[in-house]
Every structure is written in structure tokens, then in C-alpha cells.
Design a protein around this ligand. Structure first.
Ligand code: HEC
Ligand code: HEC
Ligand code: HEC
Ligand code: HEC
Length: 270
């Protein structure tokens, strides 16, 4: 954890220098900013709290492991998952859509208004079922198949599935990945233990190696297939706060620029 914090500080400082300490570096002013100062789909002038659309300091949703989540999470069973496309090459086991992916899909599935939150800005506005910050200005996300992915995930890169083309070998059932992955076409993940819980990531060419950083492909520990093991989720490739990581296209919120498809080749040996 210490290494993670250190590297994040270094990254932030580096960014501050490069951009002359510009306040726009990050989520403020980005497409994930639904206030008047942002570039989201529509905006409200009823609040200028950028984080409240996703996080609340108190009374957050806890039915998926997402930090201080302020939105009602969609039911995990309501999605058509990638495996149902039945491509002959897909050999990972899926769990129901969960983890951080459910948080992303609480907007990106288009089923509820983007400003439905559990705890409204200010006092006295907590409601487990969620309520809108501004019924007049903001509705559900539009634009299918992207940015509004919808409930059918068969046309999206698979998520909520085990890493490594079917996980670790049986000799490595605890998911330490000391051995070989079932599918040798995947890069070996790195494992560490934080607060007694396993964390995994795949080291990207950006930043230091063997250190968990925001610029690595983060894998999410899930215990839905009988053993705790690393999963690929939306957050493996995306950082929802970092609007500066773009390139070679203009799509924001990537963990690293996808120059020469380096996001893809961090995990896939291709
Ligand atoms: C569009 C939704 C969204 C907005 C807006 C947003 N976050 Fe987040 N945030 C997330 C998600 C999703 C995660 C979980 C990421 C993960 O698990 O990889 C997260 C995780 C975090 C974390 C823990 C992990 C990390 O990256 O450090 C912190 C701290 C955090 N957010 C702070 C903030 C603050 C402060 C703001 C406002 C300035 C903010 N967030 C705005 C979606 C959002
Ligand atoms: C509060 C609602 C909300 C949540 C939660 C949310 N998003 Fe978004 N996201 C948006 C909006 C609004 C846009 C802008 C869509 C547009 O430009 O038409 C957007 C755009 C994006 C884009 C495209 C950016 C671009 O430059 O085109 C990506 C990538 C993205 N989101 C990923 C994520 C991921 C990954 C998560 C979860 C970690 C997430 N989002 C959670 C509302 C949300
Ligand atoms: C965080 C790691 C990770 C990253 C980054 C990643 N993938 Fe994957 N990808 C996987 C895993 C795991 C599977 C499941 C493969 C399996 O088990 O058969 C997969 C599956 C696939 C499949 C095959 C699905 C099938 O039906 O067999 C394709 C194609 C693919 N990815 C392309 C990409 C592309 C293109 C990128 C970059 C935009 C990318 N991947 C980035 C981990 C990753
Ligand atoms: C395996 C990596 C990977 C995973 C997993 C992944 N994405 Fe993406 N996503 C990308 C890349 C790479 C791009 C940028 C494509 C480009 O630059 O053309 C992207 C683009 C997007 C865009 C903008 C697309 C557009 O054309 O406007 C949205 C929105 C988005 N992702 C949301 C999500 C959500 C929500 C999830 C989880 C359900 C998710 N992504 C899972 C790699 C991934």
C-alpha cells in the first residue's frame, strides 16, 4: 500500500508540473463532471459538487465493493454477458456483473438518470432508493452502443471474468500465479497483500514495475467462483477520474494512452 501511495503522489506531482498546476487535471471539468463546469451529457446548476454524482462521505451503497458509492447499483443479474456470444476462443469463467463494473454501469447502462444519488448534496437528503439532484436538467445517459453500453454486454470487451484465459493452473489454486497461466497468451499478473486481502495487477510499460500504480491494469479480487482470484472489470482499463489520459484517440479516462494498443498488449501477449 505504501508503494502505491508513494507512486500516486509522484504521478500527481509530475502532472502538476507538466500542466503548470492546472486545476482541470483529473475529473473536475471533465466528461465525468455533471456540474455547470463540466462536459458530461447535460449538467445541473443545482450543485457544484463534482464528486457527489458518484461518491458520498456518509451513507453509501455497500452491495458492491466500490468506495463510498452514492448511486443505487443496478441488479447484477440484469445483463447479457459476453460469454453468451459463444465465441469459440473464450475460455474464462464469468461471475455475475459486479465489482467496480456495476458502479460504471449505474450510469453507463442507461437505466437510471445520471444524477440519481443516495445522499443528496447538503443535509437531510438521504434516500436508500435514490433521488435526482435536478429532475429538469439531467436524465439517463443516451447514445448506444457507446457511451451508453446498455444491458447487452456481448458487444463489449468481456468484464467480470477471471484473468488469464481460465485462471491459474490447479497447482496454483490460491491464485498466487507463481505457476503458469492456463492460457500462455496472457502476461503474468503481480500479486501483493494489503490489509490481509490479495490484490493483483498487470504491470504496464508506464511507471515503475512491481509496484501497483494507477497506470497499471488493475485486476479486482473476487470470490465468486469458489476461490479469491483476479478479475477483469471496467476499472482494469479505465480510471474514471483521469481525463488527461488520452491518445492516440481522444477518448478519456484510460489508465494509460492506448498508443500502439499498449493497453491491450499489457495483458495480451499478441
Ligand atoms: C463518474 C463517477 C465518479 C466521479 C465523478 C468521481 N469518482 Fe471517485 N471513483 C469512481 C469509481 C468508479 C471508483 C472506483 C475505482 C476502482 O475501483 O478502480 C472511484 C474511486 C475513488 C477513490 C479511491 C480510488 C482512487 O482512485 O484513489 C477516491 C479516493 C475517489 N474516487 C475520489 C474521488 C473524488 C475526490 C472525486 C471528486 C473530485 C471523485 N472521486 C469523483 C467514480 C467517480
Ligand atoms: C454519474 C454517471 C457516470 C458514471 C457512474 C460513470 N460514467 Fe463514464 N461517462 C458519463 C458521462 C455523462 C460521459 C460522457 C458521455 C458523452 O460524452 O456523451 C461518460 C463518458 C465516459 C467515457 C468516454 C470518455 C470520452 O472521452 O469519450 C469513458 C471511457 C467512461 N465514461 C468510462 C467510465 C467508467 C469506466 C466508469 C466506472 C469506473 C464510468 N464511466 C462511470 C457518466 C458516468
Ligand atoms: C486487464 C487485462 C486485459 C486488457 C487490458 C485487455 N484484455 Fe482482452 N481479454 C482479457 C481477458 C482476461 C480475456 C478473456 C480471454 C479468455 O479467457 O478467453 C480477454 C478477451 C479478449 C478477446 C477475446 C474474446 C474471445 O471471445 O475469445 C479479445 C478479442 C480481446 N480481449 C481484445 C482486447 C483488446 C483489443 C484490448 C485492448 C483494447 C484488450 N483486449 C485489453 C484481458 C484483457
Ligand atoms: C479491456 C479493456 C477495457 C475494458 C475492460 C473496458 N473498456 Fe471501455 N474502452 C477501452 C479502450 C481502450 C477505449 C478507447 C477506445 C478508443 O480510443 O478508440 C474504451 C472506450 C470506452 C468508452 C468510450 C467509447 C467511445 O467510442 O466513445 C466508454 C464509454 C467506455 N469505454 C466505457 C466502459 C465501461 C462502462 C466498461 C465496463 C462495462 C468498459 N469500458 C470496459 C478499454 C476497455
Amino acid at each position: 500500500m505504501r508503494a502505491f501511495r508513494t507512486s500516486v503522489v509522484v504521478a500527481v506531482l509530475g502532472l502538476g508540473t507538466a500542466l503548470g498546476n492546472s486545476a482541470s487535471a483529473g475529473v473536475v471539468g471533465s466528461q465525468h463532471d455533471l456540474t455547470a463546469g463540466g462536459q458530461g451529457q447535460g449538467s445541473t446548476s443545482k450543485t457544484n459538487e463534482v464528486c457527489v454524482f458518484c461518491h458520498t462521505p456518509h451513507g453509501s451503497a455497500t452491495n458492491a465493493p466500490v468506495p463510498l458509492w452514492n448511486k443505487v447499483l443496478p441488479p447484477s443479474g440484469g445483463f447479457t454477458q459476453y460469454s453468451t456470444l459463444a465465441t469459440p476462443s473464450f475460455d474464462a469463467s464469468e461471475a455475475p456483473v459486479g465489482s467496480v463494473s456495476l458502479a460504471c454501469l449505474s450510469c453507463h447502462d442507461g437505466s437510471q438518470a445520471m444524477d440519481v444519488v443516495i445522499n443528496l448534496p447538503g443535509s437531510g437528503g438521504w434516500n436508500a432508493g435514490g433521488q435526482q439532484i435536478d429532475t429538469a436538467a439531467l436524465g439517463a445517459m443516451t447514445g448506444s452502443p457507446v457511451p451508453m453500453l446498455g444491458k447487452d454486454l456481448t458487444n463489449d470487451h468481456p468484464i467480470s471474468m477471471q484473468y488469464g484465459g481460465g485462471g491459474a493452473l490447479a497447482t496454483d489454486a490460491d491464485g498466487l500465479f507463481a505457476g503458469t497461466l492456463k492460457d500462455p497468451d496472457f502476461k503474468k499478473p503481480v500479486k501483493a497483500t494489503v490489509n490481509g486481502q490479495p490484490v493483483w495487477w498487470v504491470d504496464s510499460p508506464i511507471g515503475a514495475s512491481a509496484q501497483r500504480e494507477k497506470s497499471d491494469m488493475v485486476l479486482y479480487a473476487r470470490n465468486d467462483l469458489g476461490t479469491v482470484q483476479p478479475f477483469v472489470e471496467c476499472g482494469s482499463c479505465h480510471d474514471p477520474h483521469n481525463a488527461d489520459t488520452k491518445g492516440p484517440t481522444t477518448v478519456a479516462f484510460l489508465r494509460i494512452p492506448n498508443t500502439a494498443s499498449q493497453i491491450c498488449t499489457t495483458c495480451h501477449s499478441k
